[in-house]
Design a protein around this ligand. Structure first.
Ligand SMILES: CC(C)(COP(=O)(O)OP(=O)(O)OC[C@H]1O[C@@H](n2cnc3c(N)ncnc32)[C@H](O)[C@@H]1OP(=O)(O)O)[C@@H](O)C(=O)NCCC(=O)NCCS
Length: 174
């Protein structure tokens, strides 16, 4: 039985050496914007440049978080979220996690960081828009108790010209 412990320890040691330690989210800053743009361009058809991220973050009430693994050499951002908040409402402007890091709780970590911050700022409601066919994003938002409050038919179009609706989701914070 006791032989298992050193084995488990060595597996997690090597895992953290290769992949880095546990993921943490910190405020998105000027040094992260080129990485943020690279992550965004890998996920969306209409990519945002580093300058566009900078211009968004310079607007009042706009902030973001970046996730990375602590330790080891793996310090490149794994995910990014940007939020705009005005009065007691806020909106997710974008969230993306690098392809290799999906399904590891990074999206959840970023959204939890946003919810914590908005709660501290006494924001009442958080909105976002999501493609009705974006199953991973819908799974994340449903898990966080977002509710559908609207639908914009044929809002998105893919490269073949096929249209899908945008769902407007809302999460009440207080
Ligand atoms: C949507 C996205 C941010 C999710 O990030 P992620 O780090 O992979 O998500 P997490 O690992 O934190 O998973 C959060 C929850 O969603 C679920 N989930 C994630 N991917 C899923 C998938 N492909 N299928 C089903 N459920 C999924 C997880 O099981 C988890 O639920 P749990 O807490 O019950 O276990 C990521 O897929 C992404 O960057 N997609 C491309 C950009 C995008 O579509 N952004 C959203 C625009 S609205």
């Amino acid at each position: 039985m006791y032989w298992v412990l050193p084995f488990v320890w060595s597996v997690s040691f090597w895992d953290s050496l290769v992949n880095g330690g546990p993921p943490v989210a910190t405020e998105l800053g000027p040094d992260d914007l080129d990485f943020a743009a690279a992550l965004h361009s890998d996920a969306f058809a209409r990519p945002w440049s580093g300058d566009e991220f900078a211009s968004l973050l310079s607007q009042p009430g706009t902030f973001g978080f970046v996730a990375r693994r602590v330790g080891a050499a793996a310090s490149a951002p794994l995910g990014v979220v940007v939020v705009r908040s005005a009065a007691d409402e806020a909106e997710i402007l974008t969230i993306t996690v690098s392809r290799q890091a999906r399904g590891q709780g990074i999206g959840r970590l970023l959204m939890d960081s946003v919810l914590q911050r908005l709660h501290a700022d006494r924001v009442a409601t958080l909105f976002l828009e999501v493609d009705e066919e974006n199953a991973p994003a819908l799974a994340l938002y449903r898990r966080l108790r977002f509710a559908e409050v609207g639908r914009r038919p044929a809002y998105y179009a893919d490269a073949e010209g096929r249209h899908t609706s945008a769902l407007v989701l809302k999460r009440t914070l207080r």
